[in-house]
Unconditional design. Structure first.
Length: 196
């Protein structure tokens, strides 16, 4: 089989699928005329942006999504409020969150503040702005991917997520890609960056 690998910068408001549930939904096929049999590896929810891999290589899907392989994923998050040292400590120390009414103890992760984010391209539509409450940016790297986990984690420590962008999977980065960009990759190169 001729395996194909695409990396996209998924825009805000787009579903990580090809099927349009209602006419106004934006879907992956709106970005590019992908060959038949191409599917996303994992998902980003409609309100999230950033790095998404699409391929017809099912082995890569299994190896990236099975939790036992612990592939790191990095997200940049814009937060409501100024992130505190205490919140960072709590985020990285086996935080408990609820998923499907069950308690999930989060695996250890890395969290750090991001500075100088004023030059990062604004989202379309813009993030809501409140004059009296500052926003801050952080980077979080996880090796698990529960449903809306990043949002749940930051909400638990008192900092709702205003914007979420996946920027990296293992060593594969979106770097200079703009929202909506699609890049086709060679198998050897993408496998090396994904450590597969």
């Amino acid at each position: 089989m001729d395996f194909k690998y695409y990396v996209i910068h998924k825009p805000f408001g787009m579903l990580s699928q090809f099927t349009r549930e209602v006419e106004e939904h934006a879907v992956l096929g709106d970005l590019f005329n992908f060959p038949k049999g191409i599917y996303p590896v994992g998902r980003l929810d409609r309100d999230s942006e950033g790095l998404l891999i699409l391929t017809n290589d099912k082995s890569i899907t299994h190896r990236l999504l099975d939790p036992k392989f612990k592939h790191p994923r990095t997200y940049w998050v814009q937060l409501d409020g100024e992130l505190t040292d205490e919140a960072i400590k709590n985020l990285t120390n086996q935080l408990e969150i609820k998923i499907n009414k069950k308690i999930h103890v989060c695996a250890s992760c890395q969290v750090k503040r991001l500075k100088n984010m004023d030059s990062y391209p604004a989202r379309n539509p813009p993030v809501r702005f409140r004059k009296n409450i500052p926003t801050s940016w952080a980077s979080i790297t996880l090796t698990e991917g529960k449903n809306r986990q990043v949002r749940r984690m930051f909400a638990k420590v008192g900092f709702p997520v205003l914007r979420l962008i996946r920027t990296k999977i293992v060593d594969l980065k979106i770097e200079n890609m703009k929202s909506g960009d699609v890049v086709e990759w060679e198998r050897k190169k993408i496998m090396k960056l994904l450590n597969l």
